[in-house]
Ligand binder design. Structure first.
Ligand SMILES: [Zn+2]
Ligand SMILES: [Zn+2]
Length: 283
């Protein structure tokens, strides 16, 4: 069975084993984050966000598009690092040639800092991650109008009156950082995009969790070690911090034990380990 967890107001469903496959569905955002594996129940989702081109994150793409064709899901919108747009097109061309069937996609190439509207006041912003191939993280942002500080606390009738009088500058645009996704990256991502600490939910890779691998080893592999999060613990203001992309060298139970043992109280309670129950990985 696939894993399903709750993180703040969001649901995350899917599979994630570092180097093997990662694909996550967030129903509240109608989004699939990476497609390392083609999962049948993801076929009706309309929006895809690829972090980078390593096969544990894209190997399921053509398979999932094929299932979408089967169930009549229509064109998929795939956000991806601009540098991998052409290789992904070539990959899809090869699959089209093999199957003699067109795969319906719209590719949305993005660079760090780029934003795209997702409708209903929701945006996605690409952020730089640190990996040996072109890669991106994604921050989902909701823009809302809120009363300017000088008007906050006023009675609703007064606000209504000011509105009627056409008072300027009653409202200002406010950004709510909803959910961020940063995988396959050095911990440096938390320095280059410190807003990650403020995102309501942060989905972060944590490939290595215990003493069998050192922080230096993790850095050489362009990945993150749980010990690095220990030092940064006071800075995480997230309602939920979802850790995923664990290496298969540690069982899911061993990962939970390491998180319980190594993370300090205050952060530990807000951490959600994205791993199956028991001691075996999916597949
Ligand atoms: Zn990976
Ligand atoms: Zn990778």
């Amino acid at each position: 069975m696939i894993t399903q967890v709750r993180a703040g107001p969001y649901t995350l469903r899917g599979v994630s084993v570092g180097g093997v496959y990662t694909t996550l569905h967030v129903p509240e955002l109608d989004a699939v984050l990476d497609v390392g594996l083609a999962l049948r129940s993801f076929a009706s989702v309309g929006r895809f966000f690829l972090s980078h081109g390593h096969l544990d994150h894209v190997a399921g793409l053509a398979g999932l598009l094929n299932i979408r064709g089967l169930v009549g899901s229509g064109k998929a919108t795939i956000h991806l690092p601009a540098e991998i747009e052409e290789p992904i097109r070539e990959l899809l061309r090869a699959h089209t040639a093999l199957s003699r069937a067109e795969l319906a996609v719209e590719l949305v190439p993005m660079l760090p800092g780029d934003e795209r509207s997702l409708g209903h006041g929701m945006f996605v912003r690409a952020l730089r991650t640190h990996h040996p191939v072109p890669s991106l993280g994604y921050q989902f942002v909701r823009r809302v109008a809120r009363l300017r500080p000088e008007h906050q606390g006023k009675a609703p009738e007064e606000i209504a009156r000011l509105r009627k009088e056409g008072a300027d500058g009653l409202f200002e645009e406010h950004e709510r950082l909803e959910l961020a996704y940063a995988t396959d990256t050095l911990s440096r991502v938390l320095e280059s995009s410190p807003s990650l600490f403020e995102s309501r939910v942060l989905v972060l890779e944590c490939t290595f969790v215990d003493g069998t691998r050192t922080v230096e080893h993790a850095r050489r592999k362009f990945h993150l070690h749980l010990d690095e999060l220990v030092e940064l613990a006071p800075r995480f203001h997230n309602e939920a911090l979802v850790l995923m992309h664990f290496g298969q060298g540690s069982s899911p139970d061993a990962v939970r034990a390491a998180v319980e043992r190594r993370l300090p109280p205050g952060l530990r309670e807000r951490v959600v380990v994205f791993a199956p129950e028991g001691d075996r990985w999916f597949g």
